[in-house]
Write a protein of this length. Structure first.
Ligand code: IDC
Length: 336
């Protein structure tokens, strides 16, 4: 009898050791950044982790998911995590320009891409922004019904994920006023928070997400504003001291700001890289512990492309010489 008990105990011990070892191996393999930091919260003007400690998300933005899907894969994300210290990927899903709103088939394709990219991020222990990338459709109210159903679906699928952030309108532009954006956000925020009450939501601001002063003067009403941040985007060769001051005063007034897109060249995504202005932005980002995503993960022949146009590998088997000037500047920001 005693021998049989000992026998069972040793089998038990064997399996405990086996499973513990497997768990440790898997944890190491997948990375544990996002599970260690867990659900994010906005406290005052800062992004904080589940323990209330300030957290900076540092990431790469994809180019349009429908234009450069080949770079949106696990190996590529892992490269940025392992070599540049990225802890987040932003998935730019254009709504116009042949993107999500163009056909049912395109919607299905893009949703499948998001699903795959989210599971890669989750496996890699990275945070992930799902970006409703309005651009030529300048006013988010023009497709509010489609946005509602998209975010209802996403937040229901990902309600148990703590690594997803929702960016509800990339860059409102044209005649879109802050009131329009607020009217839109006040419809979309409750849809997401109904499924996932703590989700962090990024709200665009007027003039291609630059007018954070307007948001600071008239923020989203407090009962809806839990875990809301406001986006500021910059292109270093176009946007300089004036926008930097705008950011600093909005932040000083308590507005939580997230730089969900930026690059080093001009606002067309092309033209000369402005290293001096980029470095001035990087100092500001560092001093204020701001979260950011660099535009963009592709090898298009334009200066904002992170990879050189001659780089053919798409799956993260890269070296420094595969990256453009923008790519290497972004690396310097992430690794400094
Ligand atoms: C640009 C891409 C470019 C593409 C164009 C489509 O870099 O390859 O042809 O969109 O209109 C933004 C936008 C972002 C732009 C980028 C550069 O969020 O979609 O990407 N930019 O123009 N805001 C400021 C600059």
């Amino acid at each position: 009898m005693k021998n049989r008990i000992l026998h069972f105990l040793s089998i038990g011990l064997f399996f405990t050791i086996l499973f513990t070892t497997a768990a440790v191996t898997k944890d190491h393999y997948t990375g544990s950044f996002a599970s260690t930091h867990g659900a994010l919260h906005v406290v005052g003007a800062d992004l904080c982790d589940q323990n209330g400690d300030k957290l900076q998300l540092k990431g790469i933005s994809t180019h349009g998911l429908h234009w450069f899907p080949q770079f949106v894969n696990r190996g590529s994300f892992q490269y940025f995590r392992d070599h540049w210290g990225a802890n987040m990927i932003r998935l730019a899903m254009y709504t116009g320009e042949g993107g999500y709103l163009s056909s049912q088939e395109q919607q299905n394709k893009l949703k499948k891409q998001i699903q795959d990219a989210v599971s890669s991020c989750t496996d890699l222990g990275m945070y992930c922004i799902i970006d409703w990338h309005i651009l030529s459709d300048g006013n988010p109210l023009s497709h509010v019904a489609e946005a509602r159903s998209f975010f209802a679906e996403m937040s229901s699928v990902y309600k148990d994920h703590t690594n997803i952030l929702y960016e509800i309108c990339n860059e409102p532009n044209g005649n879109t006023s802050w009131n329009d954006i607020k009217a839109y956000a006040e419809q979309i925020i409750p849809v997401i928070h109904a499924n996932d009450p703590d989700a962090v939501i990024l709200v665009g601001t007027p003039t291609w997400s630059q007018a954070v002063d307007q948001a600071a003067a008239d923020p989203i009403r407090p009962e809806l504003a839990t875990n809301i941040m406001y986006t500021l985007h910059f292109y270093a060769a176009t946007h300089k001291d004036e926008l930097r001051s705008k950011l600093l005063s909005a932040r000083a007034s308590g507005l939580p700001i997230f730089i969900s897109e930026f690059s080093t060249c001009d606002a067309s995504g092309n033209g000369a890289v402005d290293t001096a202005s980029a470095n001035a932005w990087f100092r500001l980002i560092k001093e204020n512990n701001l979260s950011y995503a660099g535009w963009s993960l592709c090898n298009k022949n334009e200066s904002s492309a992170i990879l050189k146009s001659s780089t053919q590998n798409t799956s993260g088997n890269w070296n420094d010489h595969d990256f453009s000037e923008t790519g290497l500047l972004l690396k310097s920001l992430m690794t400094q």
